[in-house]
Design a protein around this ligand. Structure first.
Ligand SMILES: Cc1ncc(COP(=O)(O)O)c(C=O)c1O
Length: 375
């Protein structure tokens, strides 16, 4: 058997391509002696907001807290419900709970794995569940946008705020606009493996709403208006100077990295054509930045083992939907409540995807999948 190692991701390979820029940026911060809310954070907030096409960017400590604080700044009332999807990892729902609200899950579209606007409409038309619904959080999953126009339309009809979970979608466009700039606020994670990743945790909320931005600046820093003057309850959730300096360097490379990922995805999808597995479907009028390259197959478990035996790293995003997780038992969902979500969680498999991946490695992965089909 021919084997080589193709890791699922490789953050060192990326660092080595930009080592001089990163090292210089980090040591400048160390020499400055300023580590929290200094010039690097302010500059990165301006640059990333401009990149997304919004008036404001507020750096926070993680994507999860970006979502939590965005909900709070958008006027969430305790015990309100917030509608989102369940084929994701815990943070989106955890943020809703930390903001004092109750998550409600609606089903997704099988092709794009994102919120099905018809299911959102159905839920709201039925009158929702207990407590008022105050917001919707569509997730731009794997780097592909949710269908924002119908989601916004339904949300506005029902007076709901829309907060985009863009934690996997740095630079994705929907009908010519970058995600994060479409709803009331957009939330990003800079977790190291993201398309724009820090060397630690980090996050940002972007928005065109002056009042939301002003409130976010207070909320992330103990509710302070000026030092030691607190006008509301807040938390400590700040992006630090070193991460901001790293992210400013990486932002300059993001569009190129996203294009290379797209190129890799095209290569994968071409080589996998005709096999008994579903390759990603790209939405028309939108871009896909391939944070993850995710295929669907009923033989997911055995394919994952097969690829692992051939030195190929894969992952499952995500194996158990949130509505069936023990942590959310009290919400009262049962197996079968979200059939498309459940099917996705049974069938998805993420293949290696990062800009530094070689064409030869992709061919090796595709050959291994072909051999699996023929076995
Ligand atoms: C869709 C989604 N939402 C929220 C988050 C939370 O981001 P973080 O890990 O920075 O808290 C992540 C990242 O893990 C994510 O992928």
């Amino acid at each position: 058997m021919r084997t080589r190692q193709v890791p699922f991701f490789d953050l060192t390979a990326q660092y080595l391509t930009i080592r001089e820029e990163i090292d210089a940026a980090m040591s400048a911060v160390l020499r400055s002696g300023r580590f929290i809310l200094g010039e690097e954070v302010a500059a990165f907030e301006r640059e990333f907001a401009a990149y997304c096409g919004t008036a404001h960017g507020v750096g926070v400590a993680s994507g999860t807290e970006a979502l939590q604080l965005a909900l709070m700044a958008c006027g969430l009332r305790p015990l309100d419900s917030v509608i989102t999807v369940a084929n994701v990892s815990a943070p989106t729902a955890a943020a809703i709970v930390s903001a004092g609200a109750r998550p409600v899950f609606v089903d997704v579209d099988l092709d794009t794995h994102t919120m099905d606007p018809r299911k959102l409409e159905e839920y709201l038309r039925r009158g929702g569940g207990p407590g008022g619904v105050s917001a919707v959080i569509p997730v731009h999953l794997y780097g592909q946008p949710a269908d924002m126009d119908p989601i916004l339309h339904v949300a506005r009809e029902h007076g709901l705020r829309v907060i985009e979970d863009a934690c996997q979608a740095h630079g994705t466009e929907y009908k010519g606009r970058r995600v994060g700039s479409i709803g009331d606020a957009g939330c990003f994670s800079f977790y190291p493996t993201k398309n724009l990743g820090a060397y630690g945790d980090g996050g940002m909320v972007v928005t065109n709403d002056d009042a939301v931005a002003a409130e976010l600046r207070m909320l992330r820093s103990y509710g302070e208006t000026v030092k030691y003057r607190n006008s509301m309850h807040g938390i400590n959730s700040r992006l630090d100077e070193i991460q901001a300096a790293v992210l400013r360097v990486k932002l300059r490379h993001l569009d190129r990295w996203n294009s290379v990922r797209h190129f890799h995805a095209t290569l994968y999808s071409g080589r996998l054509k005709g096999l008994d597995l579903e390759t990603p479907v790209e939405r028309r009028d939108a871009s896909h930045i391939y944070h993850l390259y995710v295929v669907r197959t009923a033989k997911r478990e055995s394919l994952q083992v097969w690829l692992g035996e051939r030195g190929i790293g894969t992952s499952i995003h995500y194996p158990l939907p949130l509505h069936l997780q023990q942590a959310y038992e009290e919400l009262g969902y049962r197996k079968g409540d979200l059939p498309v979500t459940e099917r996705c969680c049974h069938e998805v498999l993420s293949l290696p995807m990062y800009p530094e991946l070689s064409g030869e490695a992709i061919e090796y992965v595709c050959d291994a999948i072909r051999a699996f089909e023929a076995s």
